[in-house]
Design a protein around this ligand. Structure first.
Ligand code: ADP
Ligand code: ZN
Ligand code: ZN
Length: 836
């Protein structure tokens, strides 16, 4: 009898260790590292992942419980992915099962189902049969019944089931089941022509409908879905079923692939001849792929420099070597054009993974990869876990985007995972961006530490691509000082320059992209008489006004209330909506430019599945003059007739309490500016701001990434912020403040003790051995209350690689019992990206 070491899916920190189980003889050979199994655990049956098949166990073998079941014929995780999960749980301090589950499609997050059946020696009394004839009949007919289904359909039978379970007449069994399975369709398989003809002869004339079905099959002798056949023959599925019952046609259940891109055709595209600049950038990447060498590249190419073509040709190379490729894009729903370009080049070899797919579609795309039918995976963050076994290349497009860091546990960063998988596979990793994150850029030009996992940091090879293809110029950028506009008496939303430029575009039939930068700049409600602002009663967050429903809504917990007619605090009628929402801009456009056709893209207009794509198609087909939106219009779009980009409120996010605010603003403005003039027509960009001197804005005018980033990196170095120092935050939440304060103080004190023992100086300055550790807090989090729970945080800022994550894990373990007893939740974020 062998032993399996298993991570059981109980996502609490006190059960966060592997457990040993016995492999029963009949499952021997099926249990591998990466197998998904069902195991008994504390009276329940739960899902687990096999981590190892150790020679020996510390537990007496005879006392090991046996594995109940193996859930898949092919293990969903490879040994490499299991090892990656272990690494992630240490790197980002999360329970191992959480890291492993993150790599599985949602459909495989098994749920436990209970089944009841008659006990082997059960005897039904006449009274039982009198009381519950149907229940007993169903048990006799089916053997076992799914309890949840039974109670849903016949709640009145619950009492009898309970009693019979207690009396031992019924038995209960638990089984782990997938939330979804492969999809099958009833398909008619036509018999031979001769058989069809004799069947037609055998049918009486009055069976006209059945005869029509047979006649159709005689003319089209291909397997066809039952439903489609019924429609084609102008009849119902009942008619088809009666033919099958008579044995005249075959009816089979056939597995089908749910294809999110079914019915869409992609124009095949051939590789383009690379420009000399592209060739120069391509050479080192192509060389690494050819030699199957692990190298990380930073492809720093300005917008429209032809990075995507380089991605495509690198993938081509990897595929020719019989290897596979992963392409990460920030948010696939926003960039349908990217998917198109990959599908056009590689056709059916491409699997697409993203959150807008149904979980059934995602499961089927994932199986295409696991079963070797797809060799290229294109997707958002979690596609980094695509279960390939011979990875040759990983590409992260727009590598600076914040969506690559997951904000819930496991709080992993896809860039670090990519570097790790690249190392294990000997694969090249290409990080592409026009505005690389300062971490990656600083590392690549060797003025900051390397990137990736702690202790195994890498220095990316810097590959610049400084020009647009075909000598197209970068668009001309003008910065408009809105204070000056006000001084000259223009109180409108649009500066004179922007209004004139827009009017010109309308006259010439060209298109405009308008960005309203509104992070942290929501439309909030304020009383002009007393200063009251409407905020959520459960969270410390201003409520947002939604004009459509005339509601005030909390974006964190969903609370909503009616728009007030008078101030709830002082009863003044002078209560007003502040801030500029996209709806307001849309109204102003309509008023200023009569007849203008505007597409508005924001959270309100894009909740429906496929809506992004519909809006973008409409815009591309030039059925609108202006594409107006928030952050989502800034990314990846490539439209030939866009010759003007306007930015409203460029500085809106600059004052957010986040040390990356300047970097994010610069990136956003550069990205959106890059949407203009990407083809034959030259582009122009107009940026409206109240802070024209700010480096984030002034550098955009000169397309000066280098100047901006060097200045910002100097600043970061002086303050010990990433990439020079590292951060870790611990957030504590509870209904009561005093408890949070005392537990936060205990955490901070114990971290300080460990820092002192490691040689860090108490004042936070760099001490002997280059180590500095600053423990800040506990202080209220930027969002101080959420869903009626208060939030406090401690932040640790450290340099010189002391083991702060390791200490944190220790101290959290020490605090665990008290936290559990009082219901305090602890959440840790290693290398946080969002400071809000
Ligand atoms: P990026 O991803 O760097 O923003 P793209 O890959 O979208 O740039 O390229 C911008 C435009 O230039 C696209 O329309 C693309 O088809 C075109 N392009 C790229 N490389 C070439 C080339 N070698 N020859 C001609 N056109 C090219
Ligand atoms: Zn709320
Ligand atoms: Zn008031």
């Amino acid at each position: 009898m062998s032993v399996a070491r298993i991570s059981v899916d109980v996502p609490t920190r006190d059960a966060d260790r592997p457990f040993d189980y016995a492999v029963p003889a009949h499952l021997e050979g099926w249990v591998e590292v990466g197998s998904r199994v069902a195991v008994p655990f504390g009276g329940r049956t739960l899902q687990g992942i096999v981590l190892a098949l150790p020679e020996d166990s510390e537990v007496d073998r005879r006392r090991l419980k046996p594995i109940a079941d193996v859930l898949d014929a092919v293990p969903p995780l490879s040994p490499e992915l299991v090892e990656l999960g272990i690494w992630m749980s240490e790197r980002w301090l999360c329970p191992l099962t959480v890291a492993l589950q993150a790599m599985l499609p949602a459909a495989l997050k098994g749920k436990t189902e209970k089944y009841i059946s008659a006990a082997p020696n059960a005897e039904w009394a006449p009274l039982d049969r009198f009381e519950q004839p149907e229940l007993i009949e169903a048990l006799e007919r089916h053997g076992a019944l799914k309890l949840s289904q039974l109670l849903q359909q016949h709640p009145e039978r619950g009492a009898a089931v309970k009693r019979w379970l207690a009396e031992g007449k019924l038995e209960e069994r638990q089984q782990v089941e997938d939330r979804l399975s492969v999809k099958t369709v009833l398909t008619v398989v036509p018999p031979s022509e001769a058989e069809l003809r004799s069947a037609l002869l055998a049918l009486p004339n009055r069976a006209a409908k059945q005869r029509e079905v047979l006649a159709y099959l005689l003319a089209n002798r291909e397997p066809i879905a039952q439903q489609a056949l019924a429609e084609a023959a102008g009849t119902t599925t009942a008619v088809i079923r009666s033919l099958a019952d008579k044995g005249l046609i075959g009816l089979e259940s056939v597995t089908v692939q749910r294809d999110p891109y079914a019915g869409r055709s992609f124009e095949p595209s051939a590789p383009l001849a690379l420009t000399p600049a592209q060739q120069k950038a391509f050479a080192p990447i192509a060389d690494a792929v050819d030699r199957e060498a692990h190298r990380v590249f930073l492809l720093h190419g300005v917008t429209g420099s032809g990075k995507t073509e380089l991605y495509l040709q690198s993938i081509e190379k990897a595929l020719r070597q019989g290897r596979e490729a992963i392409v990460l894009v920030p948010e696939i729903a926003l960039t349908p054009q990217m998917v198109e370009r990959f599908k056009s080049r590689f056709g059916a070899r491409v699997a697409v993974l993203h959150s807008r797919l149904s979980s059934g579609e995602r499961y089927d795309e994932w199986r295409k990869i696991r079963e070797g039918r797809a060799t290229v995976a294109v997707g958002a963050r979690s596609a980094i876990f695509a279960p390939f076994s011979r990875l040759g290349l990983i590409i992260i497009d727009e590598e600076h985007e914040t969506t690559y860091k997951q904000e819930e546990s496991p709080k992993y960063h896809a860039r670090d995972v990519a570097v790790r998988r690249g190392q294990r596979h000997g694969a090249a990793v290409v990080l592409g961006s026009a505005t690389p994150s300062l971490e990656t850029y600083g590392a690549a030009i060797e003025i900051a530490p390397g990137i990736g996992g702690r202790g195994e940091e890498v220095v990316p090879v810097y590959v610049p691509l400084p020009e647009r293809v075909a000598d197209r110029p970068l668009p001309r950028v003008s910065i408009i000082d809105m204070r000056e506009e006000l001084r000259l008496g223009n109180r409108a939303m649009f500066s004179r320059a922007l209004a004139d430029a827009l009017r010109e575009r309308l006259a010439r039939g060209e298109q405009t992209v308008l960005l309203l930068n509104r992070r942290g700049y929501a439309t909030f409600v304020m009383c002009r008489s007393c200063g009251y602002t409407a905020s959520c009663p459960h969270c410390d967050i201003a409520l947002t006004y939604h004009r459509g429903s005339r509601n005030l809504r909390c974006h964190y917990c969903g609370y909503s209330e009616r728009e007030p007619e008078a101030c709830p605090s002082c009863a003044s009628p002078h209560i007003r909506f502040f801030g500029t929402g996209t709806q307001k801009v849309e109204e102003a456009l309509a008023a200023t430019f009569p007849g203008i056709r505007v597409i508005r893209m924001d959270v309100d207009t894009t909740t429906e599945k496929g809506s992004h794509e519909r809006w973008l198609t409409e815009f591309r087909e030039r059925r609108a003059d202006v594409l107006l939106g928030t952050q989502m219009v800034a990314k990846g779009l490539d439209f030939p007739y866009v010759t003007l980009v306007g930015v409203l409120a460029a500085d809106a996010a600059l004052r957010l309490p986040d040390f990356r605010a300047a970097e994010r603003t610069f990136q956003l403005l550069t990205q959106v500016a890059g949407r203009a003039g990407r083809h034959e027509l030259p582009g122009e960009v107009i940026v409206q701001t109240y802070e024209p001197e700010h480096a984030s804005i002034a550098s955009v005018e000169r397309h000066d990434y280098r100047g901006f980033s060097h200045q910002e990196l100097r600043h970061r170095r002086a303050l010990g912020y990433p990439p020079y120092g590292r951060l870790l935050t611990l957030t504590l939440t509870h209904e009561q403040v005093p408890l949070l304060l005392s537990m936060g103080q205990t955490f901070a004190a114990r971290m300080r003790e460990r820092a002192a023992a490691a040689g860090a100086k108490a004042d936070g300055r760099i001490g002997p051995g280059g180590i500095a550790v600053e423990v800040l807090g506990p202080v209220p989090s930027p969002i101080a209350r959420l869903k009626d729970r208060y939030r406090f945080q401690c932040m640790i800022k450290y340099q010189g690689n002391p083991d702060v994550p390791g200490w944190t894990a220790e101290v959290m373990k020490e605090l665990q019992e008290g936290a559990k007893r009082h219901g305090v939740q602890l959440a840790v974020d290693v290398d946080p990206q969002m400071m809000l």
